[in-house]
Design a protein around this ligand. Structure first.
Ligand code: TTP
Length: 344
């Protein structure tokens, strides 16, 4: 609970990339299709306006049009008979660049998602705050899990009040509040610099940050304090947790006859290890208690690949043939590295 981790996820990302290219699509029911002649191709991204009409991913283009006749369908471009995702990848890279201004530790998790370890920046800002409090004014698009006015009778403002009360000695929630202020700034910077809207989750680890991000979308962010985990996990299906959406989650649910995360609390670490092996068993034992030690690994694509060689003194390139030879050698090295990088 010493760390502060944010997960930023772009809203209906491929749609936003297309809307930026063609602003007439903004604010309209719109979807991106990977075209093939069968029923208008498969939908891979849906604007929130189209979702309101019941359009979902995986529908065929024709079915989407039947649900929402005014929908704008944009096709993914094709190059050499294959989907060309370059513009989406490049859009994602633009976002990573903006996020990297806020932390040295940014992990690009997918084309439109990144984890950011904000721990260092949070500590700096907490120190700068002195005794001052974080207020609602600096969290205009923020929710806190378990603090929904209608459902829980409590609000973000109540949470901030308790968190920054002088009698509150625990610093965990204060860290999250400051992390959320930084996340608001990051999301604003992403919007200003790229035109893209995104959502975020703020928590003490990657698993909780990812979970929280999905609670309020689009263009919103959610803090998930550790103290909310027990209540939340009582009714949270196991498949909703990162890494438990597939085979491992099904194995756990079926073998242990459990449905929700909190149902796992009765099992010993040994029992979970017997089912899943040592590593995954221990991981699940921690995760169902709201802990996840996986670090955010600063992993971003290099900005450029190049190679060079100094030709000093008697090694200077004094003939056309020498220049040609060395240019060719350096070019081969760059080629090899580019190919290797592509496969990494
Ligand atoms: P997601 O982040 O899963 O979804 P999204 O950004 O479209 O919508 P949301 O606001 O709910 O997060 O996926 C990111 C992009 O990846 C999406 O815009 C299109 C692409 N994608 C596919 O091409 N195929 C798929 O099966 C999925 C899940 C996504």
């Amino acid at each position: 609970m010493e760390r502060v981790v944010a997960l930023v996820d772009m809203d209906c990302f491929y749609v936003q990339v297309e809307q930026r290219l063609n602003p007439a699509l903004k604010g309209t029911p719109c979807a991106v299709v990977q075209y093939n002649p069968w029923k208008g191709g498969g939908i891979i991204a849906v604007s929130y306006e189209a979702r309101a009409h019941g359009v979902t991913r995986q529908m065929r283009g024709d079915d989407a049009r039947a649900k929402c006749p005014q929908i704008n369908l944009v096709r993914v471009p094709q190059v050499r008979g294959k989907a060309d995702l370059t513009k989406y990848r490049e859009g994602g890279a633009e976002v990573i660049e903006v996020l990297s201004r806020f932390s040295d530790c940014v992990e690009r998790a997918s084309v439109d998602e990144a984890y950011i370890d904000l721990t260092v920046e949070v500590e700096t800002r907490l120190a700068a705050l002195g005794g001052a409090k974080v207020t609602e004014a600096s969290l205009p698009n923020t929710h806190v899990a378990g603090h929904d006015r209608e459902k829980d009778g409590k609000t973000l403002s109540d949470w901030l009040e308790t968190t920054f009360n002088e009698a509150t000695l625990e610093m965990h929630d204060r860290r999250l509040a400051v992390g959320a202020v930084i996340a608001e700034e990051m999301r604003q910077a992403v919007y200003e610099d790229t035109g893209f809207r995104c959502s975020a989750g703020i928590a003490h680890n990657k698993m909780l940050a990812k979970l929280a991000c999905g609670f309020h979308k689009p263009n919103k962010q959610t803090i998930l304090p550790h103290s909310q985990v027990p209540q939340l996990f009582k009714s949270l299906p196991i498949r909703k947790i990162r890494n438990l959406g597939g085979k491992m989650g099904t194995l756990v649910s079926e073998h242990l006859r459990v449905e929700n995360m909190a149902d796992l609390l009765v099992f010993s670490e040994r029992a979970l290890q017997q089912l899943l092996g040592e590593k995954n068993g221990s991981w699940l034992y921690s995760v169902c208690r709201g802990f996840d030690s996986e670090p955010v690994s600063a992993r971003q694509l290099p900005k450029s690949i190049g190679c060079s060689k100094n030709f000093t003194g008697k090694n200077c390139l004094n003939t056309r043939d020498k220049v040609k030879f060395w240019l060719s050698e350096l070019a081969k090295e760059v080629e090899e590295r580019l190919i290797k990088d592509k496969h990494n």
